[in-house]
Design a protein around this ligand. Structure first.
Ligand code: NDP
Ligand code: BG6
Length: 511
């Protein structure tokens, strides 16, 4: 039998691949909730960033939809105001001119009739061939109603052969398994899975995407990436900010829904997944889902030892006195919402069996840092006696997601001096120093991916359902809430969860 041959028309160099950033084809972007915080603080600046990098099509329009009455000109003025901090050059001014506004009630069919007419005109003006992106940036309770109306009015299918219709859904995606399932089915009644882009902005962060490059574009790490060499993994997402103006949402959510179900579990999935067959969206997402399906609490242990919930009290951050969570505007005086949580979990598969993953996240902590620490085992025996193996610091690989983005490896080195002087030193890759730029905004990358039709960095339905399935019992049987002063590293119980196992958090004020 003749050997199978693969035809490769052109092998791209790394440099060529890097330049292959595609400029998307002309399209229209409709943002529901366009008068809101997310639109003005994140979405519009992200689109402007793409425009500045020549990654927006020449012909595009942004049509904001919301209830607040506003003319196109008034909306353009709010857009200009939101983009002020990015400068007001000709590009910014031109960008604002591509923005339009439609006001109406999200439930009212008339709004969608007006939308149809408005988009028809704009599609013709900008020659979009009916390539349309709908972005849900309203409070979550409105999503089902908006999607149903879009379906009824026939917005889910493009009328032109080269057209497409894509739906972007902001988090939170449900608040439990059953609400997520209900949301999925109402969206799936109207849109097909390949049209749906569920945002987790953490996946748009360069440093998060770099986890895959680090693991699978280098040969030396995979042989040690398992329970033979890794002792445990820590994931910390600490914020010094409080609940700010989002109490209305946060009171219903809390740290477990707000940060764990999405961002922290995504980081966990990327660190723990098997090599995917390729970078094709479903190949990557298949492997991430397998991680979520294998997630469990360590066996034979008290559930209360594996979960911590905390809430911040008054304290000080950077010498500034701040109020406690219950004194924040819009928060109930007897609120039981957690602003901090820590979990100890395991992944029950061949690679990770017996390796604990400690996760923690909270608001009003000592500093803002997101870090994954992969802590390796001690050397098996010491040749440096009387120094024992356990006295030597284990190797730790840090993925610093933000700020000071980079990757650091801690290892033991000979300290100048007598024979047995040993010190821990760090080998460091600093993103900004290496590439000469700050990592780009996550939302810009994600918007671009939607426009070019790449779903790799978006959550798939099964992954989301598995994450809720894991979290539901924790939410339904909440452990007691512990207080912590603002500006600390969370409640004492968060230290206990790890020190009980003879380990310690690697990210502290001094690190
Ligand atoms: P907002 O609360 O600012 O709401 C967005 C817009 O929706 C408002 O401008 C308002 O517009 C409309 N709206 C608000 N409440 C209602 C209501 N009860 N009934 C009808 N319309 C309402 O939300 P954000 O912009 O902060 O967030 C949008 C979505 O993105 C949410 O799902 C949020 O969870 C998610 N998200 C937000 C983040 C952020 O940093 N802000 C981060 C991550 C996710 P109008 O009254 O003009 O119609
Ligand atoms: C959002 C949460 O998804 O992520 C916020 O709703 C949180 O509560 C934010 O502050 C953190 O994102 P980042 O990119 O600032 O780390």
């Amino acid at each position: 039998m003749p050997a199978a041959t693969a035809t490769v028309s052109h092998v791209f160099t790394k440099e060529e691949l890097c330049l292959m950033e595609k400029v998307p084809a002309s399209c229209g972007i409709v943002i529901f909730g366009a008068s809101g915080d997310l639109t003005h603080r994140k979405l519009l600046p992200a689109l402007l960033t793409l425009s500045l990098e020549n990654l927006l099509p020449k012909d595009f329009y942004i049509l904001g939809v919301a209830r607040s009455p506003m003319s196109d000109e008034q909306f353009q003025a709010t857009v200009a105001e939101s983009l002020k901090s990015l400068g007001m050059t000709k590009i910014q001014q031109d960008f604002a001119k591509h923005c339009f506004y439609l006001f109406g009630d999200y439930q009212d069919p008339q709004t969608y009739e007006k939308l149809r007419q408005r988009m028809g005109d704009l599609d013709a003006q900008y020659q979009t061939s009916c390539r349309r992106l709908f972005y849900l940036a309203t409070p979550q309770v409105l999503y089902q109603g908006i999607v149903t109306q879009l379906g009824k009015m026939g917005f889910a299918d493009s009328r032109q052969p080269e057209g497409w219709v894509r739906l972007v859904v902001e988090k939170p995606f449900g608040s439990s398994l059953s609400t997520a399932e209900a949301l999925h089915s109402s969206i799936r009644r109207v849109f097909r899975e390949r049209q749906i882009y569920r945002i987790d902005h953490y996946l748009g962060k360069e440093t998060v995407q770099n986890i895959l490059m680090f693991r699978f574009a280098n040969a030396i790490y995979d042989p040690v990436w398992n329970n033979k060499y890794i002792d445990h993994v820590q994931i910390t997402a600490a914020e010094s900010a409080g609940v700010e103006h989002r109490a209305g949402y946060y009171e219903q959510a809390g740290a477990l829904r707000d940060m764990f179900q999405n961002h922290l579990f995504q980081l966990l999935s990327l660190i723990a997944m098997e090599p995917p067959a390729s970078m094709v969206a479903d190949a990557v997402r298949d492997e991430k889902s397998k991680v979520m399906a294998s997630l469990m609490f360590p066996r034979d242990r008290d559930w209360e030892d594996q979960v911590v919930r905390g809430q911040y009290e008054a304290g000080a951050i950077d010498d500034e006195v701040v109020v406690g969570y219950r004194q924040e505007p819009g928060v109930k005086q007897d609120s039981g919402t957690e602003t901090f949580a820590a979990l100890k979990v395991e992944i029950d598969n061949w690679r990770w069996h017996g390796v604990p993953f400690y996760l923690r996240s909270g608001k009003r902590l000592a500093t803002r840092v997101t870090d994954i620490a992969v802590v390796f085992k001690h050397v098996p025996a010491s040749i440096f006696r009387p120094l024992m193996a356990e006295q030597m610091s284990p190797n730790i690989l840090h993925f610093r997601i933000q700020p000071n983005e980079g990757i650091f490896l801690r290892f033991e080195a000979k300290h100048p001096g007598p024979k047995l002087c040993m010190s821990s030193v760090t080998m460091q890759f600093d993103y900004e120093e290496s590439f000469g730029i700050r990592p780009p905004e996550a939302y810009a990358r994600l918007f671009h991916d939607v426009m070019i039709g790449d779903q790799t960095l978006f959550s798939r339905e099964d992954w989301l359902e598995l994450s809720w399935k894991f979290l539901d019992p924790i939410l339904e049987n909440p452990v007691d809430l512990s207080d912590y002063p603002a500006g600390s590293w969370g409640p004492k119980e968060a230290d206990d969860i790890i020190t009980r196992d003879g380990r310690q958090w690697q990210i502290t004020s001094s690190s």
